[in-house]
Design a protein around this ligand. Sequence first.
Ligand code: C2O
Length: 588
Amino acid sequence: MKLGLYLLTGCLALIREVSGATLNYDFNITWVTANPDGLAPRPVIGINGEWPPPILNFTRGDRVIAKVYNALGNESTSIHWHGFFQNGTNNMDGAPQVTQCEIVPGSTFVYNFTVNQSGTYWYHSHTRGQYPDGFRQALVIQDPEDPYAGKYDEERVITLSDWYHDQMPGLLKKFISVTNPTGAEPVPNSALMNDTQDLIVPVLPGKTYLFHLVNVGAFASQYFWVEGHTMKIVEVDGVSTEAADASMIYITSAQRYSFLITMKNETDQNYAMVGSMDTDLFDTLPPTLNYNVTGWLVYDDQNHNPAPSTVSEFDPYDDFQLVPVDGEKLLEEPDYTVTLDLTMDNLGDGANYAFFNGITYVMPKVPTLYTALSTGPAATDPAIYGTNTHAFVLGKGDIIDLVLNNDDTGKHPFHLHGHAFQVVARSAENAGHYNSSNSPAFPPVPMRRDTVFVKPTGYFVLRFRADNPGIWLFHCHIEWHMDSGLVATMVEAPLDLQKTLSIPEDQHQVCAASKTPTSGNAAGNTVDLYDLTGENTSSPPLPAGFTPRGIVALVFSCVAALLGLASITWYGLAPISQPPRGMAERED
Ligand code: C2O
């Protein structure tokens, strides 16, 4: 009897596995004109002539085959499936110069993988600086075994985003420049909800909705709340959680939450829902910036949609309290600890960069995965991956602790590709570096997610099992910081990768089209794997004897003299004004 039952469930599991659908997508990546905040039409990157790009819906077990044709004409592109484990398909992760070559204009890359997870995700270009130009969208994966199945009537997707009126290539040039020695990030022009403002979400009284909230922004975290309603959080970054009541959520770039809201029985009022950008992140607060975006739960379209009330303080739910439904216990003590100290500083070119342990990331000539696959036993030596890729080699099955010490006064949301990690410690602001002897005990069942933020001059500790052979980036998900080098490379079980993964011919053609070498060390040397001559490196440090500020001042006075200007106010040197704290609504 028992055996029969086992066989039956086994067969059902098998049927579910093989009955996964194959989803074929043909994506033409094109420029489109859009004006989502109504203030400035601009070119954005769309799919098949449309923007926003489509919200994708997968089911666990599906096979996805996405043919991505680059019709942009003037920029390379790529798609990263944020939060996907890509177990066995590391080459489909979508990170250029890491797991693939850039898709140059006129070429096609086929992403082909099976979906073995569920929850709320998103997809975005992983080409340098590109996704804030519009190439990003939410993605939801249904689970036939959803623990909350039957607990809701309908699903809705809400994206939050910051928005710039200027295109990224120009903004990046100004950002990483001697004229911006403090590294002041461009401040967004607007906030968006579902790539618009004044979003209407019609709802039915008494029904329960499952909302999937995704921050697809480049920079700003947002506070999110719904007036008159409590959110019951049930998922973070693809991990189902015990239900937790929240009146406000803090969501950084790249994070996701799902929550249930049961609607009121009365329909006499509509309710505002608000996204409010965390202005602590901005060096300046332009008077013209509306850092809030509002939408409404509309019970009756005859009601008026009230302006949201001012909140007296931001008091979001602490995600560290969340408990995964699967009850996965704290993993055992680590076999290996990666410690990364985060700093921001100037290099010899006068521009400001971001560093882990004094190393700022620069893409290698050979995508790191191709180096791992083509270097035999040397693939376990981090040296061959290059000076500026900051590679760590992780042993198969090892438990890894990743300690991040933030020596910067900003908040930073960090993402690890290929894993959902346990967040075992996260300090308050100004706690300094992690020190196991005076840090609180780790939770017995830690919260898991794939993107977590560190507080100003604080730390966090992440723990995961290196059970997914592949090359996985760990980086700040603020696009500005990613581009100024806040990236490290995890080379996980490279010898297993050599045994299990081979690159299909069409992906070699993508590399041929961009003239990217596909074997050897980071410099493309296939003969002497330890000779990195010709590798891509960062600008050298400032000459000895000069303090960074000194040389910056020197460069400035030279530039100013050359321009013949007596006084000049440089972008980034403007006085730093503090935004009013706790003000959710701008008064105009
Ligand atoms: Cu969402 Cu490396 O990215």
